[in-house]
Each structure stands twice: as C-alpha cells, then as structure tokens.
Design a protein around this ligand. Structure first.
Ligand code: ZN
Length: 321
C-alpha cells in the first residue's frame, strides 16, 4: 500500500492527465457522431417530394423545378386506383419530406403510404385541400360519393397548383419566391388551356355533346364543357364490365345515340369495342385520365394530355354532327 502511494506521489500528475484524456475520449465516442445533416431545402439537399401518380408528378415538377427531388410512385400507364406499393416505393417514401396525393379515395392504398412514411411526414391531399366544387360519382357501387377526377377541369388544377406552391414555400422558405413565380406561370397556361378546350367544342351542338367512356371519370370535364356523361362503370375501384353494367350502358347509348364511345389509356378497350359493335357506334381512344401517356403519345404532360383529349373528342363527335 505504501508503495502505491509512493507511486502516486511520483507519477500523480501523469496519471491525472492520462485519466482526463481517457475520459475525454470516452465522452467523444459516446456522442453519436453527427455528420452534418443539411436542412431540407438547403442548397445541397433539395426537398424530397413524392407524388402518387404521373399527373401529380407533372404539377410538382412544374412548380418545384430544380428545387425539388421528385419521386413518383406509380409509373406512366399504371392503374392508380388499386396500385400495390413496390419495393422501390418504400425506398422513396422512407426519404420523403412531403407526399402529395389526390385523395377522395382515388388512391385506395394511401393507408399503406401513411404507414410507410411515419408520423412526421405531411400527406397533402390536393383534391381535398382545393376549394373547388365537388362532383359526385354518377353510377355503380360508389354512386353519390365525391368523384376524385377533379383535375379533368383545368380550373381545379389552378387550385391544386396553389396548394402545391404554398406547401413547398412553407417547407422551403428559401425558394418560396421561385415556387410562387413558377406556379403563376403555370396558372397562366392552365387558363389558356381552359379557353382552348372550350373553343374546341364550341361548334358541336349541345345534343351531340355525349361522352360515354369505360370508367365514368369525366363528371368535372362534363360540367366544365357542357357534356352529357356516362360510363360502363362508375369508378375503377369496382367490378369492371359486369353484364348488368353492360346492359345499363347499352340502354343509355341507344337512347342518346352518340357518334362514338371512348376508351381510356389505363383500361382495356375490349368493353367499349364490343359495346360499339353491338350498338353500331364508332370507337375512339385512348383518352387520358388516370395517367399521362408514354413518350410519343402526345399526352406526356397534363397540358398536352388535355389538348389531346379535346381534339380526339371533338373529331369523333364532329364526324357525324
Ligand atoms: Zn379513374
């Protein structure tokens, strides 16, 4: 023991320094090493913004430009109502700062998205947040419920774009002015689009403005441009092409005698083709509703898709009117 105290008195200072250094090392190791986490929206880390389907991706890109890192869950041409999340979707959702979806039960799979992103990531339902008059599903199992296809009226997309710009600006104030400027430029294009589509149909008499499709996804479009509208089924989330649906729509076609019936890009054309054959009307398509078109389709953006639809409908209905 005496030797120990002698040792201490001789080497005490060295030991004390060694102890201090040791404690310092342990404290530093204990602190979780914190590599610099740039804030979302900072110059070197753009906001990771997820959209549920191609149309929302188009609007997010139009407003967000180079300031956002955009991810879209469903590919072009996919069926959006009943999508099943893929492994790459989970990777995108894990890094998401914001998720934009349409809502009104368009994406039947939003609960899975909510679970995948956790509680802190805002989910922004564009149709639900837009202050735009709601149309209702006109036939089938979901008859009377809010119809989700609000974007088929460009004036509703003006509202969507407003929600997108405000949300991006709130989460990334450094680029707020950029978002607002881009949103305003896009709104100008939407207003031009709306006038153009209305002009396109001006020559078609009211009685010939009959739009019959597979999914009755055009109530907003019909309201905006003065069409009678019906579909084989009311919403892609229900059974498609049942004998009862076919019988009902055959009666409508025989009563209204449209020049053509239309099919949509995300649905097989076999139902409308057999309907047309049985009722003696033309078939026209594809119309784009739930997805943009692939490269070369002429419907690669929302603006192009709406012009494509208007041209196709006008040409099909003008032929015999
Ligand atoms: Zn749909």
């Amino acid at each position: 023991m005496r030797d120990f105290f002698r040792f201490l008195s001789r080497h005490g200072l060295v030991l004390a320094i060694a102890l201090v250094v040791l404690v310092a090392i342990l404290v530093l190791m204990g602190r979780s090493p914190a590599p610099e986490q740039p804030q979302p929206g900072a110059e070197d880390r753009p906001l990771v913004v997820v959209g549920t389907f191609s149309l929302i991706g188009d609007w997010l890109q139009a407003v967000g430009g180079e300031h956002i890192d955009l991810r879209v869950l469903t590919p072009v041409g996919a069926e959006v109502h009943e999508w099943e999340l893929q492994p790459r979707n989970f990777i995108d959702l894990e890094s998401a700062d914001l998720v934009f979806y349409n809502g009104m039960m368009l994406e039947q799979w939003m609960r899975q998205v909510a679970v995948a992103v956790g509680e802190d990531v805002p989910l922004i339902g564009l149709a639900e947040r837009s202050d735009y008059p709601v149309q209702h599903i006109i036939t089938g199992d979901y008859s009377g419920e809010p119809d989700p296809h609000m974007w088929m009226d460009p004036r509703a997309v003006v509202e969507y774009v407003g929600v997108i710009a405000q949300t991006l600006a709130r989460h990334d104030p450094a680029n707020a002015a950029g978002y607002e400027a881009r949103a305003q430029a896009y709104v100008d294009q939407l207003e031009t689009l709306h006038r153009e589509v209305a002009d396109k149909f001006a020559a078609i008499p009211e009685s010939s403005r009959v739009l019959i499709t597979s999914e009755a996804a055009f109530p907003y479009f019909a309201e905006a441009y003065g069409f009678f509208h019906d579909g084989i089924w009311g919403n892609n989330a229900e059974v498609e092409g049942s004998p009862r649906q076919i019988m009902r729509i055959t009666g409508v076609i025989e009563q209204r005698r449209p020049a053509a019936v239309f099919w949509e890009s995300t649905i097989s054309d076999r139902y409308v083709t057999s309907l047309a054959r049985d009722t003696g009307v033309e078939v026209a398509g594809p119309l784009y509703v739930d997805s943009l078109g692939p490269a070369g389709s002429g419907a690669e953006t929302y603006l192009k898709m709406m012009r494509h639809n208007a041209r196709l409908i006008a040409e099909a209905l003008e032929e015999v009117s």
